[in-house]
Design a protein around this ligand. Structure first.
Ligand code: URA
Length: 187
């Protein structure tokens, strides 16, 4: 583990820990406020993210931006990253060994950011961070506490694009997050 961003960011340059390095154009490390109280973790970069090197800048990102605007959350004040930092081919779900290979980067990001709240966007984030036995269908919308961090699992924004009925649940979950986030900002 690195105790500063410079060393951590240097350590990922040219990463070849897993096969996802073969087809990537850019490593999508993460972005935002490095002292954010609120962090979002998605699954892995898509085509737009791979092209630009930034998380959530494609269709799913546009949905996130709408939610941020609706909830008055300033995107530049939160930290956004993914379970895997390189795009899985055809946007498939990252395989277990790929996620495992990449997870130390995320652990280190969490240690350095020290968020109070982490929003887990979808099943891949939930299972890789809190445990394989959890199901996003059962856990979404329920706060979970682990080692002093509050976790809110919710739908991945891409799931909303496939199934409109999930939008209201996503919105309600993020509203809960916003309430807790505002309480933190007051203190
Ligand atoms: N989907 C994700 O999980 N992460 C991104 O950065 C973009 C889309």
């Amino acid at each position: 583990m690195y105790n500063n961003w410079e060393d951590l960011e240097k350590s990922i340059v040219g990463c070849k820990k897993c096969r996802l390095c073969d087809n990537r154009n850019n490593i999508v490390f993460g972005e935002g406020n490095k002292q954010a109280k609120l962090m979002f973790v998605g699954e892995g970069p898509g085509a737009d993210e791979d092209r630009l090197g930034q998380p959530f800048v494609g269709k799913a990102g546009q949905l996130m931006n709408k939610a941020f605007a609706g909830l008055d959350i300033d995107r530049s004040k939160v930290y956004i990253t993914n379970i895997v930092k390189c795009r899985p081919p055809s946007n498939r779900v990252p395989q277990d060994d790929e996620a495992v290979a990449c997870l130390d980067y995320l652990r280190n990001q969490v240690i350095l950011v020290r968020p109070k709240i982490i929003v887990l966007l979808g099943s891949t984030a939930l299972k890789n961070i809190l445990g394989k036995d959890y199901s996003i269908t059962k856990q979404r919308g329920k706060w979970m506490e682990h080692k002093g961090i509050m976790y809110m699992p919710t739908w991945h924004p891409a799931a909303l694009l496939r199934d409109e009925t999930k939008k209201i649940e996503f919105w309600n979950d993020l509203k809960e997050v916003k309430i807790k986030y505002d309480q933190l900002e007051e203190n």
